[in-house]
Design a binder for this molecule. Structure first.
Ligand code: 5GP
Length: 122
C-alpha cells in the first residue's frame, strides 16, 4: 500500500490537527489516543511516512528504527508505566483491523490488561 499523505496521523505530524502530545524527538511523536482503552493509552508514531510495521521494518533507516524503538521505551518510562507493566500493540493491515495507515504503536497501561487476544477456538 502506498502512503496516504492525508491520513489523520500525517495531519497531526504536520500540526494541521491538534493532539494531546506527551513526547516528541527527531524520530517519534507520542500522543494520547482519542478513544482510550486503558487509563494510559498513548500512540507512538515515527516521524517518517511509513504505512505500517511491514513498511517501516523493510524501508526505514537504521537510525529511524533505533530512534523509534528508543522513543517508545522512553515514553513508557515517562508515563510511569514500567513498574506496573504495559502492553505494546501495533496493528498491521486488514486482519489486524488497522484503522490509520501510518505506523503507530499503542502503549496500554494503568490496569490489568487481561488476555493478549480474544480466545481462539481453532
Ligand atoms: P488502529 O486500529 O489503527 O491500531 O488504531 C488507531 C487508533 O487511533 C485508535 O485507537 C483511535 O482511537 C485512534 N485515533 C483515531 N483518530 C485519532 C485522532 O484524530 N486523534 C487521536 N489522538 N487518536 C486517534
Amino acid at each position: 500500500m502506498s502512503y496516504d499523505n492525508d491520513n489523520i496521523f500525517a495531519k497531526i505530524l504536520r500540526g494541521e490537527i491538534p493532539c494531546d502530545k506527551v513526547f516528541e524527538d527527531d524520530y517519534a511523536l507520542a500522543f494520547r489516543d482519542i478513544n482510550p482503552q486503558a487509563p494510559i493509552h498513548v500512540l507512538v508514531i515515527p516521524k517518517g511516512a511509513y504505512v505500517d510495521m511491514d513498511d517501516f521494518s523493510a524501508n526505514g533507516t537504521d537510525s529511524e528504527i533505533i530512534g523509534f524503538m528508543r522513543a517508545t521505551g522512553q515514553v513508557a518510562r515517562e508515563l510511569g508505566a514500567v513498574h506496573g507493566g504495559y502492553r505494546l500493540l501495533a496493528n498491521n493491515g486488514a486482519d489486524a483491523n488497522q484503522e490509520v495507515p501510518h505506523l503507530h504503536v499503542h502503549i496500554f497501561a494503568g490496569r490489568n490488561l487481561g488476555p493478549m487476544l480474544k480466545r481462539f477456538d481453532g
